[in-house]
Structure formats: C-alpha cells, structure tokens
Design a protein around this ligand. Structure first.
Ligand code: SF4
Length: 413
C-alpha cells in the first residue's frame, strides 16, 4: 500500500500513485460488491479530491448536514473521520509524534488533537471554510473556530438548543435551526460562487435514508443481526457521502444479503446463540482485541448508539426543517437524563444482555453522562460496563486493562 504522503501530493507522480491506489480499491469493491467495500472506495475517492490544488475544503463537524455541501458538489473534511483514517495508515508514527509536540493540552479529545497535528504537518488540506453544529460537543467548535481565525476563512456555527428530556424539540426551535441552515446554504453559494443543486442532493440523501432506515428497523425488530463494530466503521465513513449518488448506491447495497456481507454477526460454530451487547458512544478504531474477545466468548455487539441518524427522509420541497430535526433531536444531544432514557429504551427494545460504554479520552460530552446512564441501567437490572480508552490508540496498558474488564464482564453475563 502506498503511503498517504504518496497519494495526497500534488505532483504528477502522486497523481499516478493516487490513480493506481484508487483502482485497486475500486477493484476490491467491484469484486466483493459489498456495501462496505464500495463505501470505503467512494469515501476514499471523494476525500482524495480534497487534496487536489484549488479544491474547496470545508472542515465540518461530525453531525454537520453534508447535503448543504453536496448541493454544491463539495466533499466535507470531517476531522474525526480524517484522524481515524490517518492513524490507521503507515503515517501513524509521524502523526502521533506531531500530536505529542502540539502546544495543546493532552486533555483535548484525541480526534481533534490528531487532526490539528496532521493539518499543521501538511497531511490534511487547509480549510476554505469551517462549519460546525453545536451538537455534539464544544471541543470541535473550538477547533473549527480556531482554524478559521488562523487561516482567515469563514466560521459558521449552527446553534442548536438542547432538546427537552421528554418528547421532541419544540417547533419554534426546529424552525430557528432550519433558518440558520438556509442562511448557511446561501452563504456557501456566495463564498464558492457555485450554483446549488439542493433538490438533487436531498433526493440522493433520501434514497440513502430510506435504505439505512429500513436496515435499522430490521435490526431493531430483531430480524437482522449486524456486527456493531463493523457497521460503526462503515457508517462513520458514510458521513462523507450523504447527498451524493455514491452514498445513495452504497447504502442501498445494504438492502441485499450480498451487499451486507462482512457486516452481519457470525453465527457460533456450535449453534449456540450469542450474548447480545449494546455499544454506547464511539469505538476503538484500531484495537481489535476487545472485539475479538467478545466474539471468542460467545457474545456480539449487535447495535451501536451512534448509528441512529439519518433514519428518516426529509421533505425535498422544504428540506431545512427536516435537516434541522436531525440535529435538534439527535439521540446523543441533550442532558444525561435524556441520553439515559433513550439508551435504556433502546436496550429494552433490543432485549440486550449487557451494555458497554466506551469512555473515549478527552470526551467531556460522552463521559460526563456515564454516571446517570449507568444508574439507569443498574436500576433496570441490565449489566453495564464502562471502559476507559482512546478511540485512536493501539495497544498499551489501558487497552490491557480494558480487556481484563471486558473478560470479567462477559463471564458475569
Ligand atoms: S469524542 Fe466527544 S469530544 Fe471527541 S468529537 Fe466526539 S463528542 Fe466531541
């Protein structure tokens, strides 16, 4: 495999390496015809375009409605996704070293520290605009704001009030967020001088939503068991493709058995049923040991909290309220009490045997609500394990401790 530096350069040689690497990934997608391989190829192909000279590079937060960008034919640069991808390549060493040298508290979420270090060392393209949404966390807004100041580019933040603990966000709140999205969509046109094709982008996003919503309903109904870790990784990359033709086709591939290959739970060799786990918050992207252990011990992560998004279509004639609602009512937005209520309801619906919360390093938002979520699960008599870790780490003493904790937890189940 070529290095990222080889494929992201702007020389003629880099362009050739890029083409060869893309062809190789495309071949794999064509051979397997799975949603997973196609999505990997399409996300890679779209992201590599961001490294071309003159490309418009918007740095956006993870929950940003990327349809506002695909309307203008622009691919987002999502720092969380970029950090996870880079730390999985042969550039991991240099990126880690650069991250260690940053003049930034080590307490900051490692997704953001890594992205910043990669940008400062020329491994990610500089932003042409920074676009955030207050969900899920303040940390990424600080990063985007800081980068906008440093590069002298626009920063626009969609401000989303917290939803109520019970019920849905008020109509006026959704309308206000919709107005902000409408204004931003117009601004992107002014900043880039491009003509929007929002209707097309929404139609494509809706195709993906219909497929993804169908898969998720089957999972919730118990008629389809998918491997939570692999699904997480696929949907995580899929964030880059909402509102694109490629994204629509890739999510639609999940509707067939062949397309879902590699994403479903492997049955036990002896025919026994696996213990069912619900995974909360992000996953360790590079440490497989925890998941190998889960599988070996006869359990499976059958659902993941963070994939509950883009489940419903938005009105193509007036898309902003629908896009707004995806933010105002996101399952991870709001108070700890709301998160506890929603995750517990999910656990009961799925009839899980236990829940695992991944306490990602530096994530105030995720880790802060754990005591309340744990108490709710304990009260309901559902085993709950919170393990500390860094989603971008590979091995180390913390990973070993997590494995021991997981072993004890699985024995208990
Ligand atoms: S892990 Fe937490 S701090 Fe990091 S980007 Fe996600 S929500 Fe923000």
């Amino acid at each position: 495999m070529p290095s990222i530096a080889d494929i992201t350069g702007d020389t003629r040689g880099a362009a050739l390496v890029r083409r060869a690497f893309l062809l190789q990934t495309k071949l794999k997608a064509a051979q397997t015809r799975t949603a997973r391989a196609s999505l990997e190829y399409d996300a890679l192909a779209a992201s590599l375009e961001l490294f071309r000279p003159g490309a418009i590079v918007p740095w956006v937060s993870y929950l940003f409605p990327t349809e506002l960008l695909s309307s203008y034919g622009i691919t987002p640069m999502i720092p969380e996704v970029a950090s996870a991808v880079l730390t999985g390549t042969d550039l991991r060493g240099p990126v880690e070293a650069a991250t260690g040298r940053l003049r930034l508290s080590r307490d900051v979420c490692s997704y953001h520290r890594t992205a910043l270090a990669a940008l400062e060392n020329g491994l990610l393209p500089a932003p042409a605009m920074c676009l955030g949404t207050t969900p899920l966390c303040l940390g990424k807004e600080c990063l985007l704001d800081m980068l906008a100041v440093r590069y002298g580019v626009p920063f626009f933040e969609i401000r989303v009030p917290l939803p109520p603990d019970e019920g849905e966000a008020r109509r006026e709140v959704v309308a206000d967020v919709a107005d902000q999205l409408r204004e931003l969509h117009e601004n992107i046109g002014r900043w880039t001088g491009r003509k929007p094709q929002l209707r097309k982008s929404i139609d494509l996003s809706n195709r993906a939503s219909v497929a993804w919503g169908h898969v998720m309903s089957e999972r919730l109904a118990g008629s389809l068991e998918m491997n939570g870790r692999r699904v997480f990784a696929t949907v995580f990359l899929g964030q880059l493709l909402w509102g694109t033709e490629a994204g629509a086709k890739d999510f639609e591939k999940m509707l067939t058995e062949r397309g879902r290959r590699g994403l479903t739970v492997e049955p036990m060799a002896d025919g026994r049923l696996r213990k069912r786990l619900l995974w909360l918050h992000t996953v360790p992207h590079h440490d497989r040991e925890l998941f190998d252990l889960i599988e070996k011990q006869g359990a499976a992560v059958i659902f993941e909290e963070m994939s509950q998004m883009h489940l419903e279509k938005v009105d193509p004639d007036d898309p902003f309220p629908g896009l707004a609602k995806r933010l105002t009512d996101n399952v991870m937005w709001g108070t700890s009490a709301r998160r506890a209520r929603l995750t517990l309801a999910l656990a009961k619906q799925l009839k899980i045997d236990g829940a695992v919360h991944f306490n990602h390093w530096g994530c105030r938002h995720g880790v802060g609500s754990v005591p309340v979520v744990r108490a709710a699960f304990m009260e309901a008599g559902i085993p709950f394990l919170a393990i500390d870790g860094d989603a971008l780490a590979r091995g180390g003493p913390q990973a070993e401790k997590s494995i021991q904790q997981m072993e004890s937890f699985l024995e208990l189940l």
